[in-house]
Ligand binder design. Structure first.
Ligand SMILES: Nc1nc2c(ncn2[C@@H]2O[C@H](COP(=O)(O)OP(=O)(O)O)[C@@H](O)[C@H]2O)c(=O)[nH]1
Ligand SMILES: [Mg+2]
Length: 674
């Protein structure tokens, strides 16, 4: 449009379950828009999305891919999101700055459940979205069956916009239910054909359903329908557009990305129905400061440095411009792996801002710097899977902490902490692949190869009866000797009490100044008791003792303390304690009994189950489970629930473990020898 300011760039996130065809949909959209000459394919590993070695190796998206493009006279940023629940963090980040979402799914009712968490997220956040039923040419199911299954997992009413055309049993085109035109699919776009007689009745019924669906939100349309008046196509288009923008309805379209089927129609829906960024800013209730940008993702790119991916909501900024104390050093549009340097970005744009030190994903900036009270980070996902990691080369420790700090800044659903009980460094995340990808990046980008294994369980031990123990540490070796003598009363405490130490010494048999040394000796021994684990839930009382005017010392009393504990504890019937966690398992109701069986198989105890609040068709099981059984719980839970069951957990308490299971832990070598 010469002379006029072109409209603000819009952004659409392409979301959906793993393997439904999101990366292919983006590829097809880019091809149809003329941005790429040929459609890359997943098999040939030459798509715009999925460029990282981690993604290519696994044939799956493991992080967000962005592509800026034009279609007709509109500018777009498409965000191809990873589908796996393990990488949901990136998907949420993309959705937090998108004007709408295209939900890609398979033409199979049995796979609809996999969409539940995503649709729930979209419904919850009022993000306008349409569903694109992909791979339609392979479908063996009736579209109405697919639609019913999808409706079961969507709060919002679904509005079917196209019905498939079958010729000789194969789907090879569609009828648009608003324009009532029929199209036959072709690799270079669809061709208009006459509406076949065989589809007329189906088409009329489906169109009526569409109109009735829309009439629920519009009195004028309702009136027209009641009066048997035919609304014009124009009126219907407008109504769909409005209801979609307000996230009242979810239009459903069909196509096949691999062959470009239905992609032009999809582009048109985006073009006509996608809200403008200004509308989205208002939906998000963001202020209209002179300049406003939201950082939604942080990347550390080799040879480039830190990039903050941001959506500009208001105003514009130049390369080199200041946002308070932050100087923007480098502005880039993004197209897959390519960065295109630009001198200015403005409302609607998504761009990578260079060197925004101290700025994190989720933060919002205006012309004066950081907006303190505004944070748009997606709700941090709780980690469900951990690995204990260790550098292969000792000298890599520092590089490891740099690498981990960056990886966790890029991905807030990843975290690391050391476990003081087991002295392990634990990397926590959303699943096996999530952590493997992180470790592969550590090696590839930060040159830190690491070993990873299942984390140790923090077993502890206690005593089941009390005793009084006496020990004397005495050494005579020219000059000063060593002398300390103590009587300790050792008693079990209730579970969870920890450890207590007190002195009941009267008359100075153990002088006051040596009592802390006895305490230290007791504590020293408690680090590793008779079974080899930290001792807890024990009360120790220093009853009495003896000292020597010259030979007694802190050291001598500490040693006496250790000896008395060693002596005493082994006669107190030591018991092994294992950590138990309280779990809340979220699970679709059809799988609830599988979930319960899973807990039972793992020595768990079910405390109860109930409908999950705010989640139609889901249950929440509360259970106690030993930590030793939790390591791969998420893997089995997902494999039993189409990948969508999940849990959160919290340490509950320690309980005694006896019998064979305990023997194996106390004497691992004898178990191995068996
Ligand atoms: N038959 C058929 N296969 C498709 C279509 N779109 C994608 N695929 C295939 O489905 C698989 C997953 O596609 P991909 O785009 O990587 O899915 P994503 O995980 O959702 O990004 C790949 O093997 C694609 O070739 C389609 O329209 N028809
Ligand atoms: Mg993909």
């Amino acid at each position: 449009m010469p002379g006029s300011v072109s409209a603000a760039a819009r952004s659409a996130a392409i979301v959906g379950p793993y393997l439904s065809g999101k990366t292919s949909v983006m590829e097809a959209l880019l091809h149809t828009s003329g941005k790429i000459k040929r459609r890359g394919s997943i098999k040939e590993k030459n798509t715009v999305g999925d460029t990282s070695p981690e993604a290519r190796d696994r044939h799956m998206s493991v992080e967000l891919s962005l592509a800026r493009t034009e279609y007709l006279d509109d500018t777009w940023t498409l965000l191809d999101c990873p589908g796996s629940v393990e990488f949901h963090h990136d998907t949420q980040a993309a959705l937090s700055v998108s004007d709408m979402a295209v939900v890609v799914c398979e033409p199979n009712p049995d796979k609809a459940l996999a969409l539940a968490p995503l649709l729930h997220f979209l419904d919850d956040n009022n993000i306008p979205h349409l569903i694109f039923i992909n791979k339609i040419e392979t479908s063996t199911h009736r579209i109405s069956e697919v639609l019913d299954a999808l409706q079961d997992v969507s709060e919002r009413p679904l509005i079917l916009r196209q019905v498939p055309l079958r010729e000789e049993g194969k789907i090879n085109g569609y009828v648009d239910l608003i324009s009532e035109k029929a199209y036959r699919y072709g690799e270079e776009g669809s061709n208009v054909i006459g509406v076949p007689e065989t589809i007329r009745q189906r088409e009329t019924e489906a169109r009526q359903e569409l109109l009735e669906g829309l009439a629920d939100f519009d009195d004028v349309l309702l009136e027209q329908l009641l009066e048997d008046e035919e609304p014009s196509s124009e009126e219907i288009y407008q109504q769909v557009s409005k209801d979609f923008g307000d996230d009242l309805v979810v239009p459903v379209m069909i196509g096949g990305a691999e062959h470009g089927y239905g992609i032009k129609r999809l582009w048109k829906a985006l073009r006509h129905d996608c809200p403008q960024p200004e509308t989205t800013r208002q939906r998000l209730a963001l202020p209209d400061d002179k300049f406003l940008a939201q950082v939604f993702k942080t990347q550390f790119v080799p040879h480039v440095g830190k990039l903050s991916l941001a959506r500009v909501w208001h105003g514009k900024i130049n390369d080199g411009g200041h946002l308070g104390a932050h100087r923007v050093s480098g502005l880039n549009y993004i197209f897959g792996q390519k960065y295109e340097k630009v001198s200015e970005v403005r409302a609607g744009d998504i761009a990578a801002l260079g060197r925004m030190e101290g700025i994190h994903s989720g933060q919002i900036l205006n012309q004066d710097g950081l907006l303190k009270d505004q944070l748009f980070s997606p709700k941090a996902q709780l980690p469900v899977y951990a690995l204990a990691i260790e550098t292969l080369r000792h000298e890599d420790e520092v590089k490891l902490s740099t690498g981990l700090a960056r990886l966790t800044e890029e991905d807030q659903s990843l975290c690391y902490k050391s476990n003081p009980d087991t002295h392990e460094l634990l990397l926590w995340g959303q699943g096996e692949i999530h952590l493997k990808v992180a470790l592969s990046k550590l090696e590839r980008q930060y040159n830190v190869p690491v070993k990873a294994r299942s984390p140790k369980v923090a077993y502890k031990e206690s005593v089941s009866k009390g005793t009084v123990a006496h020990a004397r540490h005495k050494k005579q070796s020219g000059g000063h000797g060593e002398f300390g003598d103590v009587h300790l009363k050792i008693q079990p405490l209730p579970r969870g009490s920890g450890f207590s130490f007190e002195s009941a010494v009267t008359g100075g048999s153990v002088p006051k100044k040596y009592i802390p040394a006895v305490h230290a000796g007791v504590k020293e021994y408690m680090l590793s008791g008779p079974l080899g684990f930290q001792v807890v839930d024990v009360a120790v009382t220093l009853l009495d003792g003896q000292h020597h005017a010259v030979d007694s010392s802190d050291l001598a009393f500490r040693k006496a303390g250790v000896m008395a504990m060693k002596e005493g504890l082994s006669s107190c019937h030591p018991v092994l304690l294992e950590p138990i966690y309280e779990l809340k398992i979220s699970i679709p109701s059809p799988f609830t009994s599988n979930g319960q069986a899973l807990i039972a198989r793992r020595r768990g105890q079910i405390l109860g189950f109930d409908a999950k609040e705010g989640w139609r068709g889901w249950d929440e099981i509360t259970a106690l489970l030993p930590q030793a059984e939790m390591g791969d719980l998420i893997i089995e839970l997902r494999s039993q629930t189409q990948g969508i069951g999940t849990f959160s957990c919290e340490f509950a308490h320690m309980v005694e473990l006896t019998g064979k299971l305990a023997d194996v832990i106390i004497h691992p070598s004898s178990a191995a020898a068996e």
